[in-house]
Design a protein around this ligand. Structure first.
Ligand code: IVH
Length: 710
């Protein structure tokens, strides 16, 4: 057993090694107690005491001692949690005290009715009027707790040692899952303190959501089946015939009830019993309260309901139990459920419904998301008609067909999603989903680049779904640098239908802009001037402004330098693009797709027609960038050039400008107050230039001035 994610600070009270010489038996005993204590701290109290490595060291020492002295090995040793050989089947276990189920309530009225029946059954309401039910003297006292969404389990301890663990089964007989349950670290193999000869603890085996997510990620990575929800994962893990598999599944446990008890007085109340369990080292959930009357129950329900989504595990309601065990007995049972308890359910977060169609939605960045159109279903407290399917691979992995019955989940504010198909309910002729080839919004082609899960619309410049994003990208400082064209303006000009594509910006006049919300005449004038000024730009800025997927500023510069002219870039095929510095197949494909989309070409022509221009040059291929392949690092303040200008000059000559000095750095350009980068350059023997030296190098390499194309 190797406890992961302990990550605690060392605990000064826990000596490791260096103990006075003791017999092996004493040392083994001490190690077991230490390990049990740390396990309890970690898995039961959620308050780790020692770092992983120290725990592992104690564990290894115990293992070694037990190997050396097999006579000292006992079944409750912490080393014995990892089970042995696989079972061929589970034995059945007859429950000496049956495992019953709970009656369910769904509304306030159900709760009021439950409370009234309890009060009546306890002879409290005969004298009391309806209103008096809530009065302090007459009100019944309840232990309120959470209804965990896992699997009921009965743990049998004899003289404090875990001897059997059984599932609920039909309530009379369950399955013997002892070897599996022994691997659950939250469950003590040995109880603390004085334990009775027989104690059966009832509770729920479940999985924390974070553990479930990790498990599923691990399963997916290993190409194994993933689980629909934590409950299914817990059930699947417990029913493993090979306990070594269960041992790798992060299961947890909360105790909530009592089965058989021998040789010990029962406590007076349910809440005292849970406190007793906790004292014995059993995990007991702290989200519980003792309340009075129907109002107390409803307040508890509401409080837990508000917290439900923040809890680290799934619950499907709360459970109310008459607190005094004597009163529980007095109330007794009807058929298979106690009269003294009620499960008050929350709206289900998972429901089944039918997929009527699968459509795709286009996001702000052009991402295409398949969405299931559902027969309306009430889930997680609202009526859901759509659920996301995330992407094409997800649809395939979950194998969702149109017509399928599916499990839909909506938890908290999370967007509803299809978690799984119910395969046995697939109707004949159910159709598989086919990713469309064109965007449902603008009709441009949909591309899916190699290695990417998300398909995207290529009509970035014209697609209505992407308009706002595209305009903000186009106008940003490092692109066309249109100051004043921010979120608010873009929002309005798009929503009012004034601007459809970046080319429309060049048709805007002061009058139209000044009419916008919160736009003063002066700012409108400034914005028009900024748009005007942006007509004169550089080739690399223009390329970057187009918003081609994977073409950032640096790639735009490489492309500008390499092709020199827009027409050359627009007709470049993949092979030609691959010749550009740092352009790989994915980027090349993205560029080919972009210019292959006639809608985009149209907007580019409109931009040129609107007077957007830059200096073009002959392709750099004929005059290769003189500093291509060289890496520079700039540090300190240069006497005349700004850091930005120096960088542009170097990059224009084909050099790369990096942020830190390494063995791969060719030159460091240092100015005043250069710091550690200069020291590092000297230490590594990297040549150091000053500004004049850099300019001389550029000149000798035949590079031009900033802004010009080489
Ligand atoms: S008490 C005699 N308490 O709900 C009553 N059950 O429908 C025995 N459950 O099979 C159950 N949380 O798996 C009880 N705090 C809780 C519970 C709880 C979850 C489950 C349990 C049981 C089912 C009863």
């Amino acid at each position: 057993m190797n406890a992961t994610h302990r990550g605690a600070q060392a605990d000064a009270s826990a000596p490791v090694g260096g103990l006075p010489p003791a017999s092996a038996a004493e040392r083994v005993q001490w190690l077991r107690e230490e390990l049990d204590r740390h396990n309890h701290q970690y898995y039961v109290l959620d308050a780790p005491t020692i770092p992983d490595a120290e725990y592992d060291a104690l564990f290894s020492e115990l293992q070694a001692l037990e190997t050396e002295h097999p006579e000292l090995l006992t079944p409750d040793s912490p080393t014995q949690r990892v089970g042995g050989a696989p079972l061929s089947a589970f034995d059945t276990v007859r429950h000496r005290v049956p495992m019953l189920s709970l009656n369910n309530g769904f509304s306030d009225e159900d709760v009021v009715g439950f409370d009234r029946r309890c009060a009546q059954g306890l002879g409290r309401s005969a004298a009391a009027g309806e209103q008096d039910l809530f009065s302090a003297a007459q009100a019944v006292e309840y232990a309120s707790e959470l209804k965990f969404d896992g699997l009921a389990m009965s743990l049998r301890y004899e003289d404090g040692r875990l001897v059997q663990a059984a599932t609920r089964g039909d309530g009379e007989t369950g399955e013997d899952v002892t070897v599996n349950v022994r691997t659950i670290k939250a469950i003590p193999l040995k109880l603390r303190g004085a334990a009775p000869p027989v104690l059966e603890v009832r509770g729920e085996v479940f999985m924390y959501r974070r553990d479930f997510d990790k498990l599923n990620a691990r399963q997916a990575e290993a190409g194994e089946k993933t689980f629909v929800n934590p409950r299914n994962a817990a059930a699947g893990s417990l029913r493993q015939l090979d306990p070594r598999i269960t041992a790798r599944r992060p299961l947890s446990f909360f105790a909530y009830g009592l089965g058989e008890l021998q040789g010990m007085e029962r406590p007076a109340t349910h809440s005292a019993m849970l406190d007793g369990f906790a004292a014995m080292g059993l995990p007991v959930c702290q989200e519980r309260a003792v309340v009075k009357g129907a109002q107390g129950l409803l307040d508890f329900y509401r409080k837990v309901g508000e917290k439900r989504d923040q809890l680290p595990y799934d619950i499907d309601g709360v459970v109310y139990k008459v607190n005094a065990l004597a009163e529980q007995e007095q109330l007794g049972f009807v058929s298979r459920a106690p009269r003294f308890a009620l499960a008050h359910k929350f709206p289900a977060q998972e429901m089944t419904t039918i997929v009527e169609d699968i459509e795709v939605q286009v996001g702000r960045t052009g991402a295409i998301t398949p969405v299931a159109r559902l027969q309306p279903v009430f889930v997680g407290g609202v009526t859901v008609t759509n659920a996301t399917l995330h992407n094409e691979d997800e649809v395939r992995r979950k194998d969702v067909h149109i017509g399928d019955t599916v499990i839909v989940r909506r938890a908290g504010d999370v967007i509803p999603e299809v978690v799984a198909v119910v395969p046995e309910r697939r109707p004949e002729g159910a159709r598989a989903f086919v990713m469309p080839v064109t965007c449902p919004v603008c009709g441009s082609h949909i591309e899916r680049l190699e290695d990417e899960a998300i398909a995207r619309c290529t009509g970035g410049l014209i697609c209505a779904a992407q308009r706002k994003q595209a305009l903000l990208h186009f106008a940003q400082r490092r692109a066309m640098d249109i100051e004043g064209l921010g979120d608010k303006v873009v929002e309005q000009v798009v929503d009012q239908g004034i601007v459809h594509t970046p080319a429309d910006l060049y048709k805007l006049g002061v009058a139209k802009l000044a009419a916008l919300d919160r736009m003063a005449d002066k700012s409108a004038g400034n914005l028009v001037a900024a748009i005007e000024a942006s007509r004169s730009t550089t080739f690399n800025r223009f390329i970057f402004a187009l918003g081609i997927r994977h073409v950032g500023e640096a790639t735009a510069k490489d492309l500008a330098r390499h092709f020199g002219k827009l027409d050359a870039l627009m007709v470049a095929d993949e092979a030609a693009l691959l010749e550009v510095n740092d352009v790989g197949p994915v980027v090349a494909q993205s560029i080919v797709n972009f210019f292959g989309e006639p809608h985009n070409v149209e907007v580019i022509e409109q931009l040129r027609a609107a007077g957007v221009h830059w200096a073009e040059s002959e392709p750099a291929a004929r005059a290769p960038a003189p500093l291509a392949g060289k890496t520079f690092v700039l540090t300190g303040t240069l006497p005349t050039l700004s850091r930005e200008t120096a960088k542009e000059m170097l990059e224009a000559a084909g050099a790369k400008v990096a942020g830190s000095v390494s063995k791969k750095t060719d030159y460091v350009v240092a100015g005043a107050e250069a710091g550690s980068k200069l020291d590092k350059a000297e230490a590594l023997g990297v040549p150091v230039l000053d500004e004049a030296g850099m300019l001389a190098l550029l000149e000798s390499a035949g590079a031009g001035q900033p802004g010009e194309q080489p």
